[in-house]
Design a binder for this molecule. Structure first.
Ligand code: ARG
Length: 452
């Protein structure tokens, strides 16, 4: 089979240039650092290095202009660029691959790519966080019911919700930064898998490519794709966070809830039901989480059981990691637009607030402050809620006599803790939704995100 031209199917089956051309500029940057190092240790003359560097720069320019012709029969991005160099410089171009293999080359390119991708995604996370923090001022007066089990639980400031999303996103950002710190080692020069007999300077290359240091074991580092897994995991968790937020806002935008109006220009109508405004962008954010989790799964299974060192399976790592970053970046930008443009329906929210006994916990804690053991207080408030709901009134509308039937020591102080606004304002503990706590957290976020 290989004695003749490889047949078309095999070329198509083995090629990666259709997707790994996204590594092209990182590949060139890497080659330029490699050339500089080869010259510094005497494996190239300064003149040779200058000519190689210049030709690589020309190729980079062609790629940036979209004029470079990637050829499938040259298999991958590395061979395409090397061939272009040979076409320009002849034998001098054939020296570039000294003390290097595509195995360490692709590992290096992908680390460079992921490192940049992480920074870009982290910036987009920051934009979404800023959109939430801007809403905190805008929605400062708004109290929302918060839920557990999707059952009305306690009142919180809308701002408390917005900052909850910020906290989640912050952990996502930190996970990506953490992955970046760990991937910041340079595999270049580990060659095929054992290193090289040539007198290369791996520390210099690492420094030129702004890596922390060279990787320490050639066998490990040509096989290692942990960094790809870590990126994909951090992105999958981020996608799950976005999907939870999207679901929450989809629910809030229903006619039944009516808390939220989504920006019209981001929604679509129905072709047959003229009254409908569908929250498609949110549904797609929720849906795309499946894809990002799928990318993580693909990568996990891809590396399962691979013996050291490089195996061609690893070529399949690129589409899922590229797709995970691309998908998340789109989701983050759409989410930022939705968050910036949505409106809370303050009246509708306020109308429903006194239903659902959101102040029940505040009443229980009032009893506790009067010396009632928590379990007892819980029981009594449960009885009072039943009584009130039989009459179809909020707790604040029960007579003092009725409180006393359940809790003999009740005094008129109960009316100072009942009602959603008073229940909310009485929250005090660190990290709670009490206005003073939330105000401090908003300040913290503004400082952290450089907003003031
Ligand atoms: N295109 C390959 C990849 O992405 C480059 C490394 C190929 N190495 C090899 N020994 N065939 O993994």
């Amino acid at each position: 089979m290989f004695s003749r031209e490889p047949d078309e199917l095999l070329v198509r089956f083995t090629e990666s240039v259709s997707f790994d051309q996204r590594l092209a500029l990182d590949d060139i940057r890497q080659s330029q650092a490699h050339v500089q190092m080869l010259a510094s240790v005497g494996l190239l003359t300064n003149d040779e290095a200058a000519r190689l560097t210049h030709a690589l720069e020309q190729i980079a320019e062609e790629i940036r202009q979209g004029q470079f012709q990637f050829r499938t029969e040259l298999e991958d991005v590395h061979m395409n660029i090397e061939q272009a160099l040979i076409d320009r410089l002849g034998d001098l171009g054939r020296k570039l691959h000294t003390a290097r293999s595509r195995n360490d080359q692709v590992a290096t390119d992908l680390r460079l790519w992921c490192r940049r991708a992480i920074d870009h995604t982290c910036q987009l996370i920051g934009q979404l966080q800023r959109a939430f923090v801007r809403r905190c001022d805008q929605d400062w007066e708004v109290i929302l019911p918060a839920y557990t089990h999707l059952q009305r639980a306690q009142p919180v400031l809308a701002a408390h919700y917005w900052l909850a999303y910020c906290e989640r996103l912050e952990r996502d950002r930190q996970r990506l930064q953490d992955a970046k710190r760990r991937l910041n080692q340079c595999p270049l020069g580990t060659a095929a898998l054992a290193g090289t007999t040539l007198p290369i300077d791996r520390h210099l290359v690492a420094q030129l490519l702004e890596f922390q240091e060279p990787t320490a074991n050639s066998l490990d580092s040509s096989a290692d794709r942990d960094f790809v897994l870590e990126c994909a995991f951090a992105l999958a968790v981020l996608a799950l966070h976005l999907s939870g937020w999207a679901e929450e806002w989809i629910i809030w935008a229903t006619g039944e809830f009516g808390f939220l109006q989504l920006p019209q220009e981001l929604c679509t109508g129905s072709s047959i039901m003229p009254q409908k405004i569908n929250p498609d962008p949110l549904e797609l954010i929720r849906g795309k989480a499946a894809r990002v989790v799928g990318n993580l799964t693909t990568l996990l299974v891809l590396v399962k059981g691979l013996p050291l060192a490089y195996n061609r399976d690893l070529q399949e790592d690129k589409p899922p990691v590229f797709d995970a970053f691309d998908t998340i970046n789109d989701c983050l930008q759409i989410a930022t637009a939705v968050v910036s443009g949505a409106q809370l329906d303050r009246q509708r929210i306020a109308e429903g607030l006194e239903c659902g006994y959101l102040d029940a916990t505040a009443l229980m804690e009032y009893m506790i402050r009067q010396g009632v053991p928590q379990r007892q207080a819980h029981h009594w408030v449960g009885q009072l809620v039943r009584l009130a709901s039989q009459q179809g009134v909020p707790l604040a509308q029960l007579e003092l006599e009725q409180f006393r039937q359940v809790w003999p020591q009740a005094d008129s102080g109960v009316y100072r803790v009942l009602g959603v606004r008073q229940a909310l304002e009485a929250l005090k503990s660190y990290g709670s939704s009490g206005p003073e706590q939330v105000r401090q957290q908003v300040q913290k976020w503004k400082a952290r995100l450089g907003m003031e």
